[in-house]
Design a protein around this ligand. Structure first.
Ligand code: SF4
Length: 439
């Protein structure tokens, strides 16, 4: 890869400090100091080329100038109030912009203010979030806005220290809200920013290590402190990571920092950042019982444990249930689904059963919308013989709430992505509808 050949020679000279430092602003060249360079940020961490000596003010200036021309027009950039920034940053955690866009627009229509979200039930919140994944962040956001209502009268506090005590606001989200919504000089480091700065500085320590984390936050702090506009600087960092300094094939020829970048100069963009050591994902074997009626409904159960808590899914069991398998419901194994979480790899055998018409008729009574969960409830719905007994065994295994849901109404139910993958195995479900849910 060759060096860029644009006309940014003035900026190019100013990015480096030391003997060849440029005369910025027409004045005498300023010698590099700890405050002026990213040298102090890399002092404690090994760099592939020794400590970087980079003029921080020039870097900040170059990035802000680049962002002014390269920034995408994104809906959360049109509304920089603290609540909107908070929602967008939570949605963007571990999720691509293209995926977030339709969810963000719908979410803000449904919950336009912090007060509206605080007043919503968890089910309403999860319904609006369904399909985005990582539901814990949605619950934390919900807990956070409720705390803002209770403690701060519905106004997100401008003080960083006050925000950082709120549920769901970690150092990155706090810095994003502080810089974008309040214009404060607060740093941000997420995966994208870590990649950009690791390459710029040539950091040799693996991501997630103490040395790397300290160096990245120190560099991000120096940059935002040198910025003209903290909001533009931080959003520029995010945008550079998303559009130019991408994980694979970074477009260094379009990068405003190319002339200061250690990874580019050393041909190490493919090696940096050094990855985190892999976390072992424990295998977990599960059985899913997908029970369908002739009327096009499916039995869903709400998870009450840590896994997918609050979300609906066909009943999941960790062990085969002999009583259930021997019941009047004829189960057929229709496939396997693998679902990977941060620390676990779920291997799910999917069993499909068709409910006996007698049971279906009995449960067509008015109580059908919310099937009672107590053992024996199915007998109470009518004398339906062995099939009902099988259903009772199925449901007696769990204390979780259950309900019948028409396959055409799944979008109204907050479900895990695993549940959608399980239902995808049902032949009667409309392909286009499910594709939309899974998108
Ligand atoms: S020059 Fe290349 S590797 Fe360095 S920060 Fe820019 S895009 Fe990333």
């Amino acid at each position: 890869m060759g060096r860029p050949s644009d006309d940014r020679s003035t900026l190019r000279r100013s990015l480096r400090v030391g003997p060849k430092a440029s005369k910025r602003g027409g004045g005498p060249a300023k010698p590099a100091s700890g405050a002026d360079s990213l040298l102090s940020a890399t002092r404690k961490v090994k760099s592939v080329s020794g400590p970087g000596r980079v003029n921080v003010s020039a870097l900040a200036e170059a990035l802000e100038r680049w962002f002014a021309t390269a920034a995408r027009d994104l809906p959360w950039r049109r509304r920089a109030d603290p609540y909107a920034v908070w929602v967008s940053e939570v949605m963007l955690q571990q999720t691509q912009v293209a995926t977030v866009l339709p969810y963000y627009e719908r979410f803000m229509m449904r919950f336009p203010t912090l007060a509206a979200l605080a007043a919503a039930s968890e089910e309403e919140l999860l319904g609006a979030w369904a399909g985005l994944g990582y539901y814990r962040r949605a619950r934390l956001l919900h807990a956070g806005v409720r705390e803002v209502m209770a403690r701060y009268g519905g106004e997100l506090p401008a003080a960083r220290e006050a925000r950082q005590t709120l549920p769901g606001i970690g150092p990155y989200t706090n810095g994003a809200i502080g810089s974008i919504a309040f214009g404060e000089r607060e740093p941000i480091v997420d995966g994208n920013v870590a990649r950009v700065l690791s390459r710029l500085l040539g950091l040799d320590a693996p991501l997630g290590s103490r040395a790397s984390t300290e160096a990245l936050w120190a560099s991000a702090t120096q940059l935002v402190e040198a910025a003209t506009q903290p909001s533009a600087l931080n959003q520029g960092l995010m945008e550079l990571g998303a559009l130019v300094c991408t994980k694979r094939k970074p477009r260094c020829d379009a990068c405003p920092w190319a002339d200061a970048c250690v990874a580019f100069a050393q041909g190490l963009t493919a090696q940096l950042p050094r990855p985190k050591p892999r976390v072992a994902q424990a295998p977990v074997a599960l059985l899913a019982y997908v029970l369908e009626t002739d009327g096009g409904e499916v039995l869903l159960e709400q998870a009450t444990g840590n896994l997918f808590r609050g979300l609906w899914s066909p009943p999941l069991r960790s062990e085969p249930d002999r009583a259930l398998i021997d019941s009047a419901v004829a189960w057929t194994e229709v496939g396997r689904v693998t679902h990977v979480l941060t620390h676990r790899r779920l291997d799910v055998r999917v069993l499909h059963g068709h409910i006996h018409p007698a049971v279906e008729n009995a449960t067509s009574m008015p109580e059908r919308a919310a099937i009672p969960s107590e053992p024996g409830a199915f007998h109470a719905l009518g004398s339906v013989g062995d099939a009902a007994a099988g259903m009772q065994r199925l449901c007696a295994n769990a204390s979780a709430p259950r309900r019948w849901v028409p396959l055409t109404r799944l979008e109204a139910i907050p479900m895990s992505r695993l549940a959608l993958k399980l239902l995808e195995l049902l032949p009667r479900l409309d392909d286009a509808q499910l594709a939309m849910e899974l998108a």
